[in-house]
Ligand binder design. Structure first.
Ligand SMILES: Cc1ncc(COP(=O)(O)O)c(C=O)c1O
Length: 451
């Protein structure tokens, strides 16, 4: 076996044996290569010693920022006491029980049973399998899942088949799973029906009704969506959207799976983004912010009605991962929730979000290139346009968001985004000075765009 090699120092292009999840073989993407060696607060430090304010909380996970000692201590303490239990059968551990209890007290609607998994993809995968299993226990073949266009729900086959986000399209991994279909997103800035809110009759919601009828309601098991589609540029729906979708789902006996992998646990200014629209899901999916990324953990919550349906026969629900209910992940998530609540960080994130929104809106009025600003809490999409009047996009070969991102990286600021949408989702602990630094940089980079 080769000797384990640990080096004293690392160079930026020292990645010859790393297969990156999103390997982009262009020179511009190479400019984005970084090896991060340490981090504290909202800052990452790279192998050259350069510091960056992380405007994206890693991949919208690090709500409590970096280097949190309480979270590290929660992990250490659980690791030395009991790091793992067998996840098969009815076996569990105190952190899993306590985390499920804590979440039952906060979850929207009547969600009160939880399965803890390891990533957003496998929690969505689990939700999809719960839906098919639930209906089959009732003797029904309602196996189809309807999701939104432009959605990203994960990289596995079920979650990927429910996704159609252009940058991570699953089509070249095809054939995708059968039984997945999509409807247009609530995307008011570019209404897929060519209408203008409020005189649109919320056609995007009605599209779900039409799709269920077209597919046949006896075959449709669930509608899966985020409260506000994040990867697509935080598409915040109009107030009437979710109440009408809930009505449609109820009329056709279609379950509602809400994916709060990004939007949940304070990211959008409330514990659950569902609260903004009073959405009452049958199945709730979450991840990222639940443990601020200190340990991998995700989960699926179901209502008692779903749980009773799932367990109505003698057959055990045959779906488990080795790391279900991982005690260390659950202990860290519990501590994370305790800190969020003790330090009122969700309210603080909401306040910072309002401040950032005000600044961004003011900037939008002045900038010829900022077409739309969308978001709640600390989850923003900033849509760039080449022409504000016509809403024409920059040509894709300009890779406009990537080039703004590369300039900001040089200034020590990390943003996210793809296509024409910049994404901003800093840690909930970010201070006003830090957010001002990020916004000053962003305005500078956008002002520098050449027509
Ligand atoms: C809304 C949503 N769902 C699911 C996922 C998949 O999560 P993961 O990458 O942890 O598998 C993501 C990832 O960003 C996401 O944005």
């Amino acid at each position: 076996m080769a000797k384990v090699s640990l080096r004293e120092s690392y160079r930026r292009d020292d990645i010859d044996h790393v297969l990156h999840g999103v390997t982009i073989p262009s020179n511009l993407a190479k400019a984005l290569n970084r090896i991060f060696v340490e981090a504290y607060g909202v800052r990452l430090v790279d192998s050259d010693g350069k510091e960056y304010i992380d405007g994206m909380s890693s991949v919208v996970c690090a709500s409590l920022g970096y280097g949190n000692r309480e979270l590290a201590e929660a992990a250490r303490s659980q690791m030395t006491k009991l790091h793992l239990v067998p996840s098969f059968g009815n076996r569990t551990s105190p952190p899993e029980i306590d985390l499920a209890r804590t979440l039952a007290d906060t979850a929207p609607g009547g969600i009160d049973r939880f399965m803890f998994t390891s990533s957003g993809s496998d929690s969505n995968e689990s939700a999809i399998k719960i839906v098919r299993w639930y209906w089959r226990q009732k003797g029904l073949d309602k196996y189809k899942i309807i999701s939104l266009q432009n959605a990203y729900h994960g990289a596995t086959y079920g979650a990927g088949s429910a996704s159609s986000f252009p940058d991570y399209t699953h089509k070249d991994f095809g054939p995708n799973l059968p039984g997945f279909t999509q409807v247009p997103s609530p995307y008011c800035y570019r209404c897929p029906f060519g209408k203008s809110y409020p005189n649109c009759g919320i056609q995007c919601a009605e599209a779900l009704d039409h799709k269920i009828q077209e597919e046949g309601e006896d075959t449709v098991g669930a509608f899966l969506a985020e409260p506000a589609q994040s990867a697509a540029g935080v598409l915040v729906p109009p107030p009437e959207y979710w109440p009408r979708v809930a009505e449609i789902c109820q009329e056709h006996d279609v379950l509602l799976i809400i994916d709060e992998v990004i939007t949940g646990v304070g990211r959008m200014g409330r514990m659950w983004a569902c609260e903004h629209w009073d959405i009452r899901p049958d199945i709730l999916v979450f991840s990222k912010g639940i443990a601020s990324g200190y340990m991998p953990i995700s989960g699926v919550g179901v209502t008692d009605e779903i749980y009773q349906g799932m367990t109505s026969s003698d057959a055990a629900f045959p779906h488990v991962y080795t790391y279900n209910g991982h005690p260390v992940s659950c202990a860290v998530a519990l501590k994370n929730l305790e800190i969020l609540s003790r330090e009122k960080l969700i309210d603080r994130g909401a306040e910072m979000g309002l401040y950032a929104q005000e600044r961004l809106t003011h900037f939008q009025e002045q900038s010829p290139y900022v077409g739309d600003i969308r978001g709640r809490g600390l989850n923003f999409g900033i849509e760039l346009v080449a022409d504000k009047e016509t809403r024409q996009l920059f040509p894709p070969e300009r890779k406009i968001v990537m080039s703004v991102g590369a300039q900001l990286l040089e200034k020590g600021i990390i943003i996210g985004g793809s296509g024409n949408n910049i994404r901003l989702a800093p840690p909930l602990i970010i201070t006003k000075d830090e957010i001002d630094y990020v916004l000053d940089g962003l305005e500078w980079a956008i002002q520098g765009i050449q027509a």
